[in-house]
Design a protein around this ligand. Structure first.
Ligand code: NAD
Ligand code: MN
Length: 819
């Protein structure tokens, strides 16, 4: 095409970026080795694999294929480096992270070109989005390294972290993983995706340039079945951070269950893009282009479901098709294209298959009139209308440039449609009515909500999923907690004693506040008028039932179980709960979800009231503890006091555990809201029958969750005695449900249940493993004790921000401003 032709047609001419420098760099280094201990190392079995350029389908570079022997070597290197790196001053780590950020910027163009060549994404995107965000991520986390000691007191790095990333944002996902890990003092073994290893290898070279101590970052290229799986199972790895598909995430959850490894999962999505009739449609059209055609639609949070208010649907679809007609697909290095190549032939086939399914399902497919280039892996922007919400293309993540459109009439219908998915990664809301947008945003089940914008990312604002989109956040202060744990956890002895009777060591620990000396003179005298009667009256049987939906309910089984004192004397009976009772309790807990919408003031009031009513009956509760555990009265009384104090703490926190306003570098703010998770299943420890129960139930409900609690099977009566306390404290029915019975069996039912959103398990190591494994079904969040005892009396262990964090999930609502 010559200039005259261009002038005549007003068409774009090609504006190619040169691949020469990138190709020279590849030629100089290939075949690439593995990066272990800051050295390039040949793979143990001598195997190499090829990475291709999907825009040409030609080979690009040969890289090492690691196997489990290489994983062993890399983990050993990271383990050794951890000893030193974890003890460095925050300032030292800040200096390294800062240096990495500077070097990223210095090599920005080479990184951008390499990324485009290897992945097929457009150079405009790698140059203007991926690489700048990578640098920003390292700068931002240099700051957290500097501030760790003052801002995260009492926390320590986790250890060696295994990190597994996908191909869609190769270097950006690396940055999201490595920056917080190093900032918090961990060391890393990272596996790039099979199709896109090159920028990670250039990054390794940058590690050498900045002189990062050997072993702090190790990078292993290769196949998932060789490297990924070995890393996940490696006993020397303390945490796995994974971004990828929900299916693989599920496997990893199962594989790490019970290992004590920390886990964060950033998984797939099917995110709604909601357009109300008062939105500015020109902006909406550009928003849609960004939502679903950015990165060829290979974006976990892509706005792949367009939900349009019915009265403007025709107008919007018409405008959108006109815009699609003008999109350009082509070589990733051409600056005049909008959409690049699909990453691999396999991914292309999968997109084609799902599009065919959409056609077969009866939806109406539309594509622009022009044809895609044929020498690489390309797919045109595609729009489906007339889609019904239950069909495959409306539910399954396509991970390609394919948009499905549906209509709604009212805001509540929009919310229902938006939440009609198992995922919960992101959502985008378009309306010129900010009241409407901010009313809808909190109702959407998604970790990120963009108001009148889409696909905005920044290091300051946490990113991550609700529901089957995974758990954990990357970015923001919230993301740091994925790479630390409370320091006391390292120093607590493991208690796997089967009966779980509290050990003397714990009883001797000082109380949280004050000592509570109780002796015979202060009202705790035995006095039974009955023994004066000629014939003793039979005691009135008070076998507590279950507590479901605010009512005392008989167990479905019709059976009761005995409760024994430490001398094996029967002291009472409780209901033998079963699967059906748990299901009823979960249903009641769901029905009580209005609790989350109660004002925080109101939730605080009710917690105070519970504390007040418990205090009135303190003596009776203390006796009950003595009866069940054989402990001293004074000691039992102090457990009751500690429980009352704990209720006060969470009443206090109910209206004070606030969100944050992040300050990303744009005209606008990100509101990081701490939202309840939903229905939480809880099993209580055997130590401290009352305090263990209150310490878990109180923070969960204070944050707006509803709970199904299984009390200590050994000493359940302290929890069942609370029924009347709850009934007299204005606690709405269904907020706390209690099912007594066999902890392990009931925990299994809760962990398997798809309508339970999180599971807190306190019990045994084996039980922890079973709960983590079962949780993979609906990817519920878990919090387990791995059989390690916790000192419930100690404020740091029994009551802390850890409980509040486990009871909440963070939603980042992006609100840009300015005309
Ligand atoms: P994938 O799950 O197939 O692979 C992701 C990574 O895991 C790759 O490095 C792969 O080699 C590795 N892997 C595969 N099987 C493994 C196993 N059994 N054990 C250990 N590691 C294994 O996903 P993908 O196709 O590379 O990426 C696309 C998916 O990633 C999409 O579903 C997308 O939604 C998701 N994604 C999510 C986010 C997020 O932040 N939530 C970001 C990007 C992509
Ligand atoms: Mn490639």
């Amino acid at each position: 095409m010559n200039v005259m032709d261009i002038f005549e047609t007003m068409d774009y001419g090609p504006a190619p970026e040169s691949p020469n420098l990138a190709q020279a760099w590849i030629a100089e280094h290939q075949p690439f080795g593995l990066f272990i201990n800051n050295r390039w190392t040949a793979p143990a079995n001598g195997q190499y694999i090829e990475s291709i350029n999907p825009a040409t389908s030609k080979p690009l570079a040969r890289v090492a294929a690691a196997t489990s022997a290489d994983v062993d070597a890399a983990v050993a290197a990271a383990r050794a480096a951890f000893e030193m790196w974890s003890k460095t001053a925050g300032h030292t780590r800040a200096r390294y992270l800062y240096a990495i950020a500077r070097h990223i910027q210095k090599h920005a163009r080479l990184l951008a070109v390499l990324e485009s060549l290897d992945n097929g994404k457009s150079i405009r995107e790698t140059r203007d989005i991926d690489i700048p965000l990578v640098a920003r991520h390292f700068y931002y986390h240099a700051g957290w390294a500097q501030l760790m000691a003052s801002e995260l007191p009492g926390y320590e790095p986790v250890g060696v972290v295994g990190q597994i990333i996908p191909w869609n944002f190769p270097l950006l996902m690396l940055a999201w993983k490595i920056a917080p890990a190093l900032a918090m003092g961990n060391t890393v073994v990272l596996k790039p995706a099979r199709y896109t290893p090159l920028t990670a290898l250039k990054f390794a070279e940058i590690m050498q340039e900045v002189g990062l101590p050997p072993g702090v970052v190790n990078i292993l290229t290769g196949e998932a079945s060789q490297v990924g799986e070995a890393l996940v199972r490696h006993p020397g790895v303390n945490k796995i951070a994974f971004t990828g598909s929900t299916e693989v995430g599920r496997n990893i959850r199962r594989a790490t269950a019970g290992s004590g490894k920390k886990l964060s999962l950033e998984l797939g999505g099917k995110s709604p893009f909601i357009v109300f009739d008062d939105a500015d449609l020109d902006s909406v059209v550009e928003g849609i282009v960004d939502a679903i055609w950015f990165n060829q639609g290979q974006v976990c949070c892509a706005g792949s479901r367009l939900l349009v208010q019915e009265n403007i649907a025709d107008r919007l679809i018409h405008k959108l098709r006109e815009r699609m007609e003008k999109l350009r697909v082509g070589d990733s290095l051409d600056k005049a294209i909008d959409i690049g190549a699909i990453v691999s032939p396999g991914q292309l086939k999968e997109i084609q298959r799902l599009v065919q399914t959409g056609v077969d399902e009866g939806a109406e497919m539309w594509q622009p009139s022009w044809a895609c280039p044929t020498d690489g892996y390309f797919f045109p922007p595609t729009l489906f209308t007339n889609v019904s919400p239950a069909t495959t293309i409306a539910q399954v993540e396509i991970f390609g440039p394919v948009l499905v459109a549906m209509t709604f009439r009212t805001p509540s219908e929009a919310v229902a449609l938006a939440n009609n998915t198992r995922y919960g990664l992101a959502a985008s809301v378009w309306s010129d009515n900010i009241n409407l947008a901010l009313d809808v945003a909190p109702k959407l089940k998604a970790g990120s909500v963009w108001v009148n914008c889409t696909n905005l990312f920044d290091a300051s604002s946490g990113f991550g999923g609700y529901r089957e989109s995974g758990f954990g956040r990357e970015g923001g202060k919230e993301g740091l907690y994925e790479y630390v744990h409370p320091a006391w956890g390292n120093h607590t002895a493991v208690d796997t004693s089967a009966n779980g009777h509290v050990t003397a060591q714990f009883l001797e620990l000082p109380l949280t506040d004050g000592d509570h000396d109780l002796d015979d003179d202060n009202g705790y005298n035995e006095a039974t008028p009955y023994d004066k009667l000629a014939a003793p009256l039979p005691t009135i049987d008070r076998t507590p039932k279950l507590f479901i939906g605010g009512k005392q309910a008989r167990p479905d089984s019709g059976y009761s179980r005995f409760v024994y004192d430490p001398a094996q004397q029967v002291i009472g009976e409780v209901g033998e709960g079963n699967r059906k009772d748990i299901r009823n309790a979960v249903e009641s807990a769901h029905a009580a979800s209005g609790w989350a919408a109660n004002s925080t003031h109101n939730r605080a009031q009710i917690l105070f009231y519970i504390a007040e009513n418990l205090a009135i009956r303190a003596e009776e509760f203390a006796r009950r503890i003595v009866e069940q555990t054989g402990r001293e009265m004074a000691d039992a009384a102090s457990e009751v006091e500690a429980s009352i104090s704990r209720l006060f703490s969470y009443a206090a926190w109910a209206d004070k555990y606030e969100g944050t306003v992040h300050r990303p570098p744009l005209r606008g703010v990100t509101l990081a809201m701490k939202e309840p998770i939903g229905v939480i299943g809880i099993t209580c420890p055997d130590e401290y029958p009352l305090l263990g129960f209150i310490s878990l139930a109180a923070p969960a409900i204070a944050m707006g969750n509803t709970v199904v609690v299984v009390p200590s099977p050994q000493s359940p009566l302290s929890a069942t005695d609370c029924y009347q306390v709850f009934e007299t404290s204005d606690l709405p029915g269904g907020v706390v449900n209690i099912v007594t019975g066999d902890r392990e069996m009931l925990a299994q039912v809760l962990a398997d249940h798809d309508d339970v959103d999180a599971m807190w398990y306190f019990g045994t190591a084996e039980g922890s493993q079973r709960v983590e494994f079962a949780s993979a079904g609906n990817m519920k969040r878990t919090w387990v004790d791995s059989g390690r005892a916790r000192n419930w009396l100690d404020a740091a262990q029994g009551e802390s921000a850890e409980f509040l964090r486990e009871a909440t999930q963070i939603k980042n609502i992006w609100v840009p401003y300015g005309e």
